[in-house]
Design a protein around this ligand. Structure first.
Ligand code: FAD
Length: 628
């Protein structure tokens, strides 16, 4: 007999970033959920840098929050430094980033999950899967011999599947530093017919912050007026209360020291065979590939409020420990540094994502979902948003409801999942703004307007959240009417326009016309026209509402064009392809097109069009076939 109730609606394996969002979402929308993870103290542990967000990743966290997920709130509650990146570029590129307290993050996430009524926990190691002849999932087996049953199982095992850690010439099994690898699940999946692959990632050394000479580094402050991730957050630490990061540089001497370890480097002596994240290369990879560069930038980042441990961003390495130490001590400012943990690389199994559907359910085994690093992605944000979607869809699956699919035009989350299943990944996939063709619509500032209603409809986003969005939408509408109707006069605006080197007004005109000018902000206009200011403030005093109207006015042309394109594309997105279609029976398809379509089995014509190797003529052949 099991020591715990053995039957659930949903079982989530792994309590990392994907697993915590998955468990929280499934439980929140009504599924009786069991979260099994190896270490309950390490829930949502940040394996690498203690930070959330950044370019395109910040947009993902805002979307998770808008839908009712947890990563945004937990980041805000544990943030030690907040920065909005890319403010010199257009609003589609603005990306929030938050440096978090690593230990507090894990603790807060656990606290939030424990507040979910339908969620149960077990610290254990899943070693096998129970299925009905590999066709549908039935449950899991843990290493203590317990069996747990559920209609849906979500695997979010991160870097743990057959994980192998490398430091110089030594390597050993592990899921991340100090934690063991997960053995058994990969073999069970392979037996069910899944294709498995192998990837790698790496992390830098951590150092004792008391041993750094900060006078040789450049201080990097947080934002004076910080913006968080969560649309519910009301207050964040002021600039004085935030912790600083520090910028330093390697030099030729450091590079020479690092090179002395190359012959013992698993990266260069063939021990590591798998591919790592191209955009997060190790320091040895950087000096090897960019040998003409005399220095590389490093960021020394605090690990939390109550620790002197610091994270050395930009110095990821798997070189032998003695070389790491010597190289560290050659960096200006680090001459006396004490290394607390060495950097390392890790290789792990992943399951190429052409094997999952848009709902993140696997194509081979009904009720089995994959989310996070197991799908070939890298990053907390990429993992967390998949976890959220898998949790939602597993919850909907057990309730016999249609899955929630976010389109590419609705969310970065939609782009990420669509890319994964159609394009696959041979290297760890991370999100970039350039991956989103509709990025002017998918801004971090409007994630709530895009997604909260959807999150509320499925029972994830709270009433409070929805009410906030409805109030915001109403205020934006009223403000829009006001600035289109309100007339501003030259005697009020011209002094302000002159101060901005903007041409003067020749006659009174509608406020919206002046706001269209890139150099003029709504606040500038309010400062010079008290009547306008009063009327605006009577509608809203929320800076986010004013920011929204400003973006909508200044980028109206681009936004409208983009909406038109989305409408065009929607026609193809809505053309469904029957699940049982036999591509080999369609005579005029190209050989490559037939193979790719049969492998990926797209659900819509739109999706088919995004598969590399499926040509425009394949697409029209397919459309004619379907019409007939
Ligand atoms: P994880 O966060 O890895 O969580 C997996 C969870 O599953 C763990 O809690 C584990 O205990 C549990 N688990 C695994 N197997 C089992 C099992 N059989 N039974 C029970 N529980 C199980 N990302 C970046 O964006 N940039 C980087 O530079 C970067 N560097 C990294 C360096 C290292 C060394 C590591 C380890 C990770 C790095 N990452 C980096 C990746 C980042 O940590 C992951 O992308 C992210 O944590 C993935 O989230 P996840 O939820 O999929 O898995």
């Amino acid at each position: 007999m099991s020591v715990l109730d053995p039957t659930y609606d949903v079982i989530v394996v792994g309590g990392g970033h994907a697993g915590s969002e998955a468990a929280g979402a499934a439980a929140q929308i009504g599924a009786k959920t069991l979260l099994i993870t190896m270490n309950l103290e390490a829930i949502a542990k940040m394996s690498c840098n203690p930070a959330m967000g950044g370019v395109a990743k910040g947009q993902l966290v805002r979307e998770i929050d808008a839908l009712g997920g947890l990563s945004g709130i937990v980041s805000d509650e544990t943030g030690v430094q907040f920065r909005m990146l890319n403010l010199s570029k257009g609003p589609a590129m603005w990306s929030p980033r938050c440096q978090s307290d690593r230990m507090l993050y894990a603790q807060k996430m656990r606290e939030k999950l424990e507040q979910k009524e339908n969620l149960f926990f077990r610290q254990d190691n899943v070693v096998d899967l129970i299925s009905d002849d590999g066709k549908s999932i039935k449950g899991v087996v843990t290493q203590t011999g317990q069996k747990f049953f559920a209609k849906a199982v979500i695997l979010t095992s991160g870097t743990f599947l057959n994980g192998l850690i490398h430091i110089g010439e030594s390597n050993y099994g592990g899921g991340r530093s100090g934690e063991r690898a997960s053995v058994g699940i990969s073999a069970a999946l392979e037996n069910m017919g899944f294709e498995v692959g192998r990837l790698k990632t790496g992390t830098p050394p951590r150092v004792d912050g008391r041993t750094v000479d900060y006078s040789k580094l450049e201080e990097q402050f947080g934002d004076e007026d910080p913006s968080g991730f969560s649309f519910l957050t009301e207050e964040l630490p002021s600039l004085d209360e935030q912790l600083s990061c520090w910028i330093g540089y390697t030099n030729k001497e450091v590079h020479e020291v690092l090179k002395t370890g190359f012959d013992r480097s698993p990266m260069f002596n063939g021990r590591i065979k798998s591919i790592g994240p191209r955009y997060c290369p190790s320091i040895e990879d950087k000096i090897n590939r960019f040998s003409d560069k005399e220095h590389h930038q490093l960021f020394l980042e605090p690990e939390g409020w109550n620790t002197y441990e610091m994270y050395l961003n930009g110095f990821s390495t798997s070189l032998p420990e003695d070389v790491q130490y010597k190289a560290l001590r050659t960096i200006p400012g680090f001459e006396e540094v004490i290394m607390i943990r060495p950097g390392y690389a890790i290789e792990y199994d992943y399951f190429p994502p052409h094997q999952i559907k848009r709902s993140l359910e696997t194509k081979i085994v009904e009720g089995l979902f994959f989310a996070g690093q197991i799908n070939g992605t890298t990053g907390y944000e990429e993992a967390a948003c998949q976890g959220l979607m898998a949790g939602i869809n597993a919850g909907l699956f057990v309730q016999d409801k249609e899955p929630l699919i976010l389109q590419r035009s609705e969310a970065y989350i939609g782009v990420l999942i669509d890319d994964l299943i159609n394009k696959g990944t041979e290297e760890p996939y991370r999100m970039f703004t350039s991956r989103a063709e509709h990025r002017i619509l998918l801004r971090q500032d409007n994630a709530d307007l895009r997604l909260t209603e959807i999150g509320h409809k499925i029972g994830l986003a709270s009433d409070e959240r929805l009410q906030k969005v409805e109030e915001k939408r109403k205020a934006i509408g009223e403000l829009d009417d006001l600035i289109k109707d309100y007339t501003v006069r030259p005697e009020q605006m011209d002094p302000m326009l002159e101060s901005k080197s903007s041409s003067p007004m020749s006659q009174p005109m509608k406020a919206v016309k002046i706001l269209l000018r890139p150099e003029v902000s709504l606040q500038d206009m309010m400062d010079y026209d008290s009547e306008l200011s009063e009327q605006i403030q009577a509608i809203s005093t929320d800076g986010k509402v004013l920011e929204q109207i400003e973006i909508q006015v200044k980028y109206a042309g681009y936004i409208e064009k983009e909406f038109e394109m989305v409408k065009e594309m929607e026609k193809q997105e809505n053309m469904l392809i029957p699940e049982q279609i036999e591509y080999s029976n369609i005579k005029s398809l190209s050989t490559e097109g037939t193979q790719k379509l049969a492998k990926i089995r797209p659900e819509t014509i739109g999706q088919a069009g995004r598969i590399s190797g499926v040509s425009a003529s394949d697409l029209s052949v397919l459309m004619v076939y379907l019409k007939n």
